[in-house]
Design a protein around this ligand. Structure first.
Ligand code: COA
Length: 327
């Protein structure tokens, strides 16, 4: 038995928010944003668009590439921190939208590491479930709904989007995921979090007035943590897969900040031309970010059979994770 990635898809909303637009909203500059983050534009969902709507578009593209019907899906996993509702989960909403009536459905919350956590979870489920042939995994976020558009420390960083991956169980014994490493450190929960809206601080007039329903971040701490976590997790995954940095065709890191990505690549000894980046166009789309990269790479024919690809991410929790893929 082998679990293979057979298709990908992506969707980003039409509306583009540029650094020049942000200059009119908060005290910032295109120059500051470019040099400190590498971000030039990000896509922002309409007020009427929810995370499941973006999932639907990405899922349709992936299903089309896979050449399978929605009814063939045995499970749907949506990695997100911006679900349409606390419940029902976003995967259930998507299931109805696309008519995947035979799929069981759940969301997974691991912030920006969500897609990596979900791919590993999907593979494990497929290994232990005889009739689970196809699983649809998505990373999708409407971060614009939880960004404080008056906070220049955070609002320049994030964007919206959705990415889909379909896994198939095959007979040939080769898995796409050669090795993985997952980790978390709850002691660092306060450097990247949303204070209100959960059971700790339910929504109230006060919580809204005090702007507690937005991403709260200690940027410098997150930066340091991100580099260390992605480097050590990647090294562990490469060791477990029996590959060296020279064997990696592409490093696909969570698209948080160009300077973070550059530092990770340098410390892993992977030259920058083998690091896939699109954060200049999309910003940080949390759980969607690695999936948006993968789909672009697939559709631009950058990946050939046998290529080794290293995915690595970190996010709120804090969480982190890495996967060595063989394409
Ligand atoms: N425009 C202009 N100035 C800004 C600004 C903006 N959008 N945001 C912050 N500043 C200011 C700060 O107020 C600070 O001013 P001060 O020195 O007068 O206090 C100054 O720029 C430098 O801030 P600093 O925090 O030193 O910047 P930095 O080099 O650490 O970059 C981040 C800030 C947020 C870009 C960077 O820390 C980062 O990317 N961290 C990780 C964030 C991340 O990835 N989060 C998501 C995780 S999934």
């Amino acid at each position: 038995m082998g679990i293979k990635i057979i298709a990908t898809g992506r969707y980003v909303p039409e509306r583009v928010l540029t650094n020049a637009d942000l200059e009119k909203m908060v005290e910032t500059s295109d120059e500051w944003i470019r040099t400190r983050t590498g971000i030039e534009t990000r896509h922002i969902a309409d007020a009427s668009q929810a995370t499941s709507d973006m999932c639907r578009e990405a899922a349709k593209k992936a299903l089309e590439m896979a050449g399978i019907a929605p009814s063939e899906l045995g499970a749907i996993v949506v990695a997100t921190i911006t679900p349409d509702h606390s419940f029902p989960n976003t995967a259930c909403l998507l299931q109805e939208e696309i008519g995947a009536k035979n799929a069981f459905c759940f969301d997974l919350s691991a912030a920006c590491s969500g897609l990596i956590y979900s791919l590993v979870t999907a593979q494990a489920l497929m290994k232990m479930t005889p009739n689970l042939k196809y699983v649809l995994v998505l990373g999708a976020e409407k971060l614009s709904g939880i960004v404080d558009w008056e906070d220049r420390n955070t609002c320049v960083l994030f964007g919206d989007g959705a990415a889909a991956v379909i896994l198939e169980k095959t007979d040939d014994g080769n898995d796409s995921i050669k090795a993985y490493n997952l980790g978390a450190d709850g002691a660092c929960k306060d450097i990247l979090f949303m204070p209100a809206g959960g059971s700790r601080m339910p929504a109230s007039l006060e919580s809204v007035q005090n702007r507690k329903h937005f991403i709260n971040m200690t940027g410098k701490e997150v930066f340091k943590f991100a580099v260390n976590a992605m480097v050590s997790s990647s090294q562990q995954a490469m060791t477990d897969a029996g590959v060296a940095p020279d064997d990696i065709k592409f490093l696909v890191p969570h698209q948080a900040n160009y300077r973070i990505l550059k530092a990770v690549a340098q410390r892993l000894d992977i030259p920058e031309e083998r690091v896939y980046m699109n954060l200049n166009r999309y910003g940080n789309t949390s759980a969607a970010s690695i999936g948006l990269c993968l789909d672009e790479m697939v559709r631009n024919n950058l990946l050939q059979k046998g290529d080794k690809v290293l995915l690595t991410a970190f996010g709120g929790g804090l969480t982190w994770g890495s996967i060595v893929l063989e394409w």
